[in-house]
Design a protein around this ligand. Structure first.
Ligand SMILES: *Cc1c(COP(=O)(O)O)cnc(C)c1O
Length: 396
């Protein structure tokens, strides 16, 4: 009954963990949840008010399939202001979330068997989307010792005539790692030489901590810009995950193809959400600063406490709201009779015996790691870390 395509597709593991967490909570169990992939703050008031006004003004009909001109202009202003990048309206599309921008992009550029290079650890949806669009994910290993930077030689060794694109995501989900300007320049140079597209997922641009200054790879030079499609959105920056507004900017033929796909599938992103996103991009940015300041406190705490657990190492993220600690010293040990032989079995022990929900690193392509989101209250973080310490010290 099902297509081969549908049969081979796994549901998003991070959403699956959130679902398990909710099930336990519904049973009255006090779960310390580190699974969430979204800010825990409410959407700022001025954004909500703009949406309420849009409803009352009857802005409730179809908009152009690729988004309103007003919102496209606000997105163009954002790129100009934050990244020094000039785009025309034809080079910008509004989508139903950042994820949808990426999906339409892969639909627009991939033929069967085309290869897409994805650095590891990766956001779970990249390989799944590439496969769904007939492409082949090719994994580029990166290492904690190198702060998860791309090794350019290793990247070069993966490029062949079938390589269509490379995906960058910085600050990254799951590690919160970023790329140096030198790395961006070198990746840009390879892309130009080998005629590759660069898919740059910059959704966490604004969730950045002291000292990190985000540089979009598209701003390296004009040649790199021509082959870069930036995928972005308001979900993470403005705590608007439920509103479903993303955007992309790049080559106008690719953007047009994405628009055609959108016009034959979802049509326009929600009219009301577009008005809300316009208020987010053009309104006061103070709420973003407050949110980042709160994330920073939590990051400092969680990184310090994880590193204080014997034999556990945690990379200090430069952005986003996740930590990706290395728990490989726990593998090969036992919890009671249960053998811990993978990040998945460690996750099971943490959830079942200690009521802590985390995501196994293997889902992001890295065995031995766990992903913890700190988009949750300090209370939950303190409680959860205590339980993790207890769990680790109980392993034999
Ligand atoms: C959350 C996220 C997105 C997009 O989220 P949307 O809610 O679809 O806007 C894209 N990329 C990464 C890496 C993310 O973590």
């Amino acid at each position: 009954m099902l297509s081969t395509r549908a049969k081979s597709l796994k549901p998003s593991p991070t959403l699956a963990i959130s679902a398990m967490e909710k099930t336990l909570k519904a049973k009255g169990i006090d779960v310390a949840g580190f699974g969430a992939g979204e800010p825990d703050f409410p959407t700022p008031d001025h954004i909500k008010e703009a949406a309420i006004k849009a409803i009352n003004d009857n802005f409730t009909r179809y908009t152009p399939a690729t988004g309103t001109d007003e919102l496209k202009d606000a997105v163009m202003d954002k790129f100009k202001r934050d990244n020094g990048l000039s785009y025309t309206r034809e080079e910008v599309i509004i989508t139903c979330g950042g994820k949808h921008a990426l999906f339409n992009l892969f639909q627009a550029i991939l033929d069967d068997g085309d290869e897409v290079i994805i650095p590891v650890p990766y956001w779970v949806s990249y390989p799944a989307m590439v496969e769904l669009c007939g492409g082949k994910p090719v994994f580029l290993e990166t290492y904690e010792e190198d702060e998860f930077e791309i090794d350019v030689k290793r990247l070069k060794s993966l490029v062949n005539p079938r390589t269509k694109a490379i995906v960058l995501n910085y600050p990254s989900n799951p590690a919160g790692s970023v790329y140096s300007t030198k790395t961006l320049e070198e990746v840009g140079k390879i892309a130009v030489e080998k005629n590759l597209l660069i898919i740059s997922d910059e959704i966490y641009e604004k969730i950045a901590y002291e000292g990190y200054n985000h540089i979009s790879i598209a701003s390296i030079d004009e040649k790199v810009k021509e082959r870069t499609i930036i995928c972005h959105g308001v979900s993470k920056t403005y705590s608007m995950t439920g509103w479903r507004i993303g955007f992309a900017a790049g080559n106008k033929d690719i953007i047009k193809a994405m628009g055609n796909i959108q016009s034959q599938s979802t049509s326009n992103p929600t009219s009301i959400s577009q008005v809300a996103a316009l208020a987010a991009l053009t309104g006061p940015q103070e709420p973003v600063k407050q949110m980042v300041a709160e994330f920073l406190k939590r990051r400092d705490y969680i990184v310090r406490e994880l590193n204080a657990i014997p034999d556990i190492k945690c990379f200090n993220p430069k952005g986003a709201f996740y930590v990706f600690p290395n728990f490989s010293s726990a593998l090969g040990k036992k919890h009671g009779d249960k053998m811990i032989n993978s990040s998945t079995s460690l996750t099971e022990v943490l959830l079942e015996s200690y009521h802590v929900a985390v995501v196994p690193g293997v889902e992001f392509g890295k065995e031995g790691y766990l992903r913890l989101s700190f988009a949750t209250s300090m209370d939950v973080i303190e409680k959860g870390l205590k339980r993790i310490k207890e769990a680790i010290s109980s392993l034999k």
